[in-house]
Design a protein around this ligand. Structure first.
Ligand code: BMA
Length: 833
């Protein structure tokens, strides 16, 4: 197998390349590009474009989409054994491509999410050099009167793109967190290889039942039935020991296998991730002609949607892993860069680690991006994250004509076959928000209009999955369930009351109006959310100031500067309503960073604590959004450079397996809840102390608690403290849960001791790691370590430090780390004396 990695590219007026000899690859001005790769970045490399993420580089890159791009590559054809075929495979052509081999048309593509394989056996001579040329037309669909209306999410410009008529990453034309940079080119590997005529057409691995002492798995093979062919199937335990081995005549086969004392796969928070190896071989006599090998996990994932006996009219929505109902904790995932052909492995490993470290157990691959590469799912398998996988349709009508449906069917077939055996893959989902947004639009206009695309989600997808992946859960959309797609009575909900001001939907219809005032979008309104599973909720927080400084022009680093506002793709001043009552409005960019980060962290903490206290009625909280595709202001927890926001650390604490949280009851009293998401009951002591912000202790009590597995204890109920000079703290002497606190006032109104700072001691652990021990004499709010560097990770950051409390933060770097790379900030710095 030869990967064709070294290419050249060139642009033409649309339609002009063929006449100018591009198919023969002749002419001047070709510049180097690699495959997989990205046209914009090749132009940057060649000095023809400034980096679209750098400074005000997005708009000057607009011309790229209007050109015709040709890629070319020369290769030597490999020698094939007699009877073997030579295949040229493109794992991804983005998007409207015509492929030429030695100047002759080989085929065309019109779906970025498909792999195309061409049999070139009769067109190449082993050892000879051949030339591939590919023409990528501008991504504009042919005008079609019958096409569905372009639905205006999110701007006129996006609707004009008619993105919904193209099978191409939908976020490419801009989203409310993404730049307008539609890509073009070879975004996945290209390879030439020789293969035997006989192939294993499909392998499926399902877990039918899983308990500690026994499991039943099923292996389904599609392979040719020919007398001369033998099929060998081997299932090996994580340590390599064979648990099943069979050699038989080839042909379609379904095998049920009982495993004794199976090594069950669990999410990171609940156990280990042992992976079995499944090998399927096809042999002619003793010659191996094809082999499929993959790692699989023994686990069952079910969805409990039975009636909730304690909430009238409601049904559960809870994932059940290996027979145990779980609370899904996680975030939604967007592509790691707009330049999808350039996504290296680095951000995947880092982001999956960051998700696991934040106590997450589920990631939702959102439908406006891409089907992620194998590496992503391998990491989720190995690190213990379930994947909620949307099909790539988002916030739009989609065509339902036969030609479009056929294109989607091939996409579903390929993607489901590629991903179905991953232990991590929990649920397939038809799209993001198509039904939900359509219903909102109809409710606003008081009509009942047609949604284009239902044929895909209600007919095509379930029918195909019934055949391709029948054991897996399928949801037609997110959100979906109940009498309204976003109803709180059933299914999953996208809670955009907070931030977007959408009215909550208790039952069938939206009640009330959109509200954009501070009270209307306040994160306190998460308390009104009585849904079953929140698969999106979030607030925006700016990236670290150093991240903005790395990517922006210095003269643009100002609050009202268009260069800054261009990095906020939602309405530029929307965060004001969030900040105003909590932190006040910012007067500098540093304020903006601090205030939005604080609000985002507090808001998510408030929401998660509420959702968890509602377990089992609510059984999941997936934050919008984990990551960014470029350096911008967004809902992400981790910025484009990999720097964690304050919210990341707040989420990590709020998602911890055992959580102590305060709840304001309807009668105004305060309650202390211990929520236990582990598989075992817990008991212990919580210390509750009322402290003055000056460090004095006003009262303290020890509270014994015991909470069942998957349940709660209310450890205390009492009068909520009042005033602006105190805090109610709770901690666990034996480390059963992380410290938490209840501040009776918003941070801007607290009487924090002005200018107070933590005492630090720095301990060197290695050339690239430091431990920082922090202690405080008085209450310190929003203590955080910052750095100009983006390669640092912090085991903890952005916390409040109570008087007498100590905290250790370990800082790891990718290169030598010194104490002067770090500085410490806290909110007390902001308080005037
Ligand atoms: C939801 C998502 C995205 C969007 C986000 C923030 O609608 O599905 O489409 O980016 O909210 O508005």
């Amino acid at each position: 197998m030869i990967l064709l990695t070294d290419w050249m590219l060139r642009d033409f007026e649309p339609g002009a390349g063929l006449n100018q000899g591009a198919a023969a690859g002749t002419g001047e001005d070709w510049i180097p590009v690699s495959a997989p790769g990205d046209t914009y970045l090749a132009l940057v490399e060649a000095g023809r474009l400034s980096h679209p993420y750098q400074g005000r580089g997005e708009q000057p890159a607009e011309w790229v989409r209007d050109r015709e791009w040709w890629w070319r590559c020369d290769f030597q054809a490999p020698a094939a054994a007699p009877g073997d075929r030579t295949l040229l495979t493109f794992e991804g052509l983005d998007t409207f491509a015509s492929v030429y081999l030695d100047g002759a048309l080989l085929g065309r593509s019109d779906n970025m999410f498909l792999a195309y394989a061409f049999d070139v056996t009769d067109r190449v001579s082993p050892g000879d050099t051949h030339r591939l040329t590919i023409c990528f037309d501008p991504a504009t669909p042919a005008l079609d009167a019958a096409a569905p209306p372009p639905w205006p999410a999110f701007s006129d410009r996006v609707s004009r793109s008619r993105r919904n008529q193209m099978r191409k990453a939908q976020f490419g034309w801009g989203w409310d967190w993404g730049p307008d940079l539609p890509t073009v080119g070879l975004w996945k590997p290209v390879r030439i290889e020789t293969r035997a005529r006989h192939r294993i057409a499909g392998v499926r691995f399902d877990t039918l039942s899983a308990a500690d002492d026994a499991a039943q798995v099923q292996i389904t093979i599609e392979s040719p039935s020919e007398d001369a062919l033998t099929l060998e199937i081997i299932l090996a335990e994580p340590d390599g020991a064979t648990v099943f081995h069979q050699r038989s005549a080839s042909g379609p086969a379904t095998l049920d296998i009982d495993l004794q004392q199976p090594k069950l796969w669990w999410t990171a928070d609940l156990g280990d991730q042992p992976l079995y190896t499944l090998t399927v071989r096809l042999l002619v006599a003793d010659r191996l002609v094809d082999e499929a090998r993959q790692q699989v996990g023994v686990r069952t994932v079910a969805l409990d949607q039975s009636p909730d006996p304690d909430e009238a009219g409601a049904t559960f929505f809870r994932f059940v892993l290996n027979g145990h109902p779980i609370f899904a904790k996680g975030a939604c995932w967007v592509p790691t860069t707009s330049f999808v052909g350039d996504a290296g492995s680095e951000p995947y490993e880092r982001l999956i680690d960051q998700a696991v470290t934040a106590n997450m157990n589920m990631i939702r691959v959102w439908g406006g991006g891409i089907y992620e590469p194998d590496a992503f799912y391998d990491l989720c398998d190995r690190k213990g994250l379930l994947v909620w996988q949307d099909f790539m349709f988002a916030c739009a009508h989609y065509p339902e004509d036969d030609a479009f449906v056929a294109l989607v069917q091939t996409e579903i077939e390929q993607q489901v076959r590629r991903l179905r055996n991953h232990a991590c893959l929990a649920v397939w989902c038809g799209n993001n928000e198509n039904q939900g947004l359509h219903r909102i639009n109809d409710d606003i206009e008081g009509v009942s209009s047609r949604l284009f695309g239902l044929r895909l989600y209600d007919e095509v997808m379930p029918a195909m999955l019934e055949h391709l992946d029948p054991v897996k859960i399928y949801r037609c959309s997110s959100p979906w369930g109940g009498p309204n797609p976003n109803s709180m009575l059933a299914g999953d909900v996208h809670d955009w009351t907070v931030w977007h001001g959408c009215p909550p939907i208790p039952e069938d219809r939206m009640i009330g109006e959109f509200r954009f005032d501070p009270e209307g979008v306040s994160y306190l309104r998460y308390a009104e959310d009585l849904s079953r599973f929140v698969s999106e909720f979030g607030l925006q927080g700016a990236p670290a100031l150093a991240t903005l400084e790395r990517w922006m022009d210095p003269e643009d680093l100002n609050l009202d500067n268009p260069g800054f506002l261009a990095r906020i793709k939602d309405e530029a001043r929307k965060a004001d309503a969030m900040m105003e009552p909590v932190t006040g409005l910012p007067t500098s960019l540093q304020d903006y960073v601090d205030f939005t980060q604080w609000c985002q962290a507090e808001g998510l903490k408030f929401g998660i604590e509420h959702f968890r206290r509602r377990r089992p009625h609510c059984s999941g909280a997936l934050i919008w959004q984990l990551n960014d595709c470029w350096p911008c202001v967004s809902w992400s927890l981790v910025d484009y450079d990999g720097v964690t926001k304050a919210s990341y650390h707040a989420v990590r604490r709020a998602f911890a397996p055992v959580l102590a949280s305060f709840r304001r009851a309807d009668d105004g009293q305060l309650e202390l809840w211990i929520s236990n998401d582990t598989l075992q009951p817990i008991e212990g002591v919580a210390v509750l102390a009322l402290q003055g912000l000056d460090g004095t202790e006003r009262s303290r009590q020890d509270l014994a608690f015991s909470a069942p597995a998957g349940g709660h204890a209310i450890a205390w109920r009492g009068v909520a403290p009042d005033g602006d000079d105190c805090v109610l703290r709770v901690w666990s002497p034996d480390g059963a849960f992380e410290d938490n606190g209840h501040l009776p006032q918003t941070i801007a109104k607290l009487k924090l001791v002005p200018g107070a700072r933590p005492t630090l001691s720095v301990i060197r652990l290695s050339p690239t790691a430091l431990r920082i021990d922090l202690t405080a004499d008085v209450y310190l709010a929003f203590v955080h370590l910052v750095s100009d560097r983006a390669d640092l990770t912090f085991t903890d950051n952005h916390f409040d430090l109570a008087a007498g409390e100590g905290r250790s933060v370990t800082v790891h770097a990718l290169a030598a780390l010194g104490a002067n790379d770090l500085s410490v900030r806290c909110w007390n710095d902001r308080v005037a004396g």
